[in-house]
Design a protein around this ligand. Structure first.
Ligand SMILES: NC(=O)c1ccc[n+]([C@@H]2O[C@H](COP(=O)([O-])OP(=O)(O)OC[C@H]3O[C@@H](n4cnc5c(N)ncnc54)[C@H](OP(=O)(O)O)[C@@H]3O)[C@@H](O)[C@H]2O)c1
Length: 312
């Protein structure tokens, strides 16, 4: 089968489109004929030797942790899926999962049925960002109805789903983005928007119960001042998590990091909301698998609206 692989850590030029062996199947896994793979910042970070690189083991490495496709074979212990099922998933993270490929083996507990009306390209983009948004807002952030939440990088992969999930939970949602994305953020349900290029976060956003920090670093540290007493910040970029948490401790407020975890039941909940029309996925672009280098360049640019996916 064809896949994208790296043989050494590096920038987009390290990605190579080549023939690789089809994965073998364990009893608790399904073999998927892949139709699309989501592209996330963790992909280019890991291929560069950062991100999840320490979990990858020996190279070569096939990147990609999320996909949508059709089940071809099921392992002996799999009861919930059968050949022909259309599924999507976010799998094995932070270990290698091999989703930038024509076939992949997926643990049955980490996938869900794809709603019929959901194109494969959208299904491929929903898993990683959707579960991150869900786990940051509700598992870590304990967001409830009537609370105020600030989503930093609200137009990005995680942010655009977090805005919709927070709104559906009855929260009052403020999102930050450049001015070009403000109408878009309002269309997703933001009650208020902040232009990070011209406005000072802590002046215009105050008394937040929760900040979902999709930026980290100095931006995340500055956003601690947006919290009300007893509020909390969940920061996403792992490379700056320690610095944000230390700054929160010094300021006497709560902050924590997160590592998104595969979760088939939560994926099924996201699928249900998609099917009901209350959760929509924005595709920034669909890029052919063989051109994964260009998708990594776009992702690393830091201004993707919604999700980038590779089509197979
Ligand atoms: N810890 C975990 O488990 C976990 C899971 C998922 C993601 N992450 C991390 O979380 C971060 C966000 O992920 P993502 O997939 O949502 O990224 P993304 O899709 O690449 O985010 C792109 C968005 O960031 C916005 N942006 C850029 N600079 C900004 C700023 N200063 N203030 C506000 N918005 C800004 C852009 O909006 P404009 O174009 O309007 O600037 C763009 O829409 C990444 O660092 C990722 O690695 C961590």
């Amino acid at each position: 089968m064809k896949a994208i692989r790296i043989h050494a850590f590096g920038g987009p030029d390290a990605l190579s489109y080549e023939e690789v062996p089809t994965p073998t199947l364990r009893d608790d896994e399904v073999l998927v004929r892949n139709k699309a793979a989501g592209v996330n910042p963790i992909d280019w970070k890991t291929c560069s030797g950062g991100g999840a690189a320490s979990f990858i083991g020996k190279l070569p490495f096939v990147p990609g942790w999320e996909f949508a496709g059709v089940v071809e074979l099921v392992g002996a212990a799999v009861e919930d899926f059968k050949p022909g099922d259309e599924v999507f998933g976010f799998i094995r993270f932070p270990q290698a999962a091999g989703c930038y490929a024509e076939h992949l083996a997926a643990p049955a507990s980490q996938i869900a049925l794809k709603p019929q009306q959901m194109p494969f390209s959208e299904g491929a983009g929903l898993g990683l960002a959707g579960l991150t948004a869900w786990q940051a807002l509700f598992d870590k952030g304990q967001l409830g109805a009537g609370q105020r939440v600030l989503v930093l990088a609200a137009a990005g992969g995680v942010g655009h789903l977090a805005v919709q999930l927070a709104k559906a939970a009855g929260a009052q949602v403020t999102g930050s983005a450049s001015a070009a994305n403000h109408a878009y953020l309002k269309s997703l349900g933001c009650d208020a928007v902040i232009d990070y290029q011209t406005e000072d976060l802590s002046t215009v956003a105050q008394d937040m119960d929760l900040v979902l920090d999709g930026m980290g670093g100095d931006v995340g540290i500055h956003a601690l001042a947006c919290l009300k007493p007893g509020g909390r910040l969940v920061t996403l970029p792992s490379v700056t998590t320690d610095a944000v948490v230390r700054a929160a401790e010094a300021a006497g407020v709560q902050a924590c990091g997160i590592r998104v975890e595969p979760n088939g039941a939560q994926l099924a909940e996201l699928a249900k909301r998609y099917a009901q029309g209350s959760l929509k996925l924005t595709l920034a672009a669909e890029v052919p698998l063989a051109e994964a280098r260009s998708a990594h360049q776009q992702s690393a640019g830091g201004h993707v609206r919604g999700k980038l996916v590779l089509t197979i």
